[in-house]
Design a protein around this ligand. Structure first.
Ligand SMILES: Cc1cc2nc3c(=O)[nH]c(=O)nc-3n(C[C@H](O)[C@H](O)[C@H](O)COP(=O)(O)O)c2cc1C
Length: 184
């Protein structure tokens, strides 16, 4: 197992999701001691507090994926100026039952790509609010508000030339953030 296993949450279920592609391309920019695992949140039921005492397998699995990680990476779409419901649903599931949240203390980075000009800024800000409540130390800078443009990815799916320096810098800061805040 790598020294820094990271649980990746993509805030979009779309097959051709820009955010999924961004997450995969960013993982390739990370130092070798980091590994990235996409957490499947698409099969979670809608959160219902009545089920806290009897969680289905998908809920237990998501919480185990978080527990096994030393850091979190959120790469999210913006839906109607906020967090896509599928991501908020996953966050709520893993925060419960009360007192048994999986999130606390896991260092996180938040980034996202959208076709809109503000590049998921509103969704990211809402997400930061939620993560603060959940006691997730979230990297403040650099922010990454990425607009989906033709040249964002090259033919191999890697980050295109125009964005590579910025995103390499973002990943470098993220790696430092995780190293500083990850517990043993
Ligand atoms: C329900 C819905 C709401 C959206 N709202 C926003 C929005 O508030 N801001 C924005 O920049 N793009 C918005 N979009 C467009 C998304 O940026 C675009 O669909 C993007 O491709 C989503 O990310 P993905 O490629 O990872 O699925 C919205 C799309 C959908 C389907």
């Amino acid at each position: 197992m790598s020294q820094y296993p990271i649980a990746v949450f993509v805030g979009s279920l779309r097959k051709e999701s820009f955010n999924r592609k961004l997450a995969d391309a960013m993982a390739k920019l990370a130092p070798p001691e980091f590994s990235f695992k996409h957490v499947n949140i698409g099969d979670l039921p809608l959160y219902n507090q009545d089920d806290d005492g009897n969680p289905v397998e998908s809920v237990t699995r998501v919480k185990a994926d978080i527990a096994a990680a030393r850091g979190l990476l959120f790469v999210t779409a913006e839906y109607n100026r906020s967090i896509p419901g599928v991501l908020k649903n996953a966050i709520d599931h893993a925060s419960r039952p009360y007192g048994q949240s999986a999130w606390a203390g896991k260092p996180a980075g938040v980034i996202g790509v959208s076709i809109g000009a503000i590049g998921t800024a509103m969704a990211q800000q809402h997400l930061r609010n939620v993560l603060a409540y959940l006691d997730v130390p979230t990297m403040g800078q650099p922010e990454g508000f990425i607009q989906a443009k033709e040249e964002l990815f090259d033919a191999t799916g890697a980050i295109g030339e125009a964005s590579r320096k910025f995103l390499q810098g973002w990943v470098d800061h993220y790696a430092t953030w995780v190293r500083q805040h990850a517990s043993d």
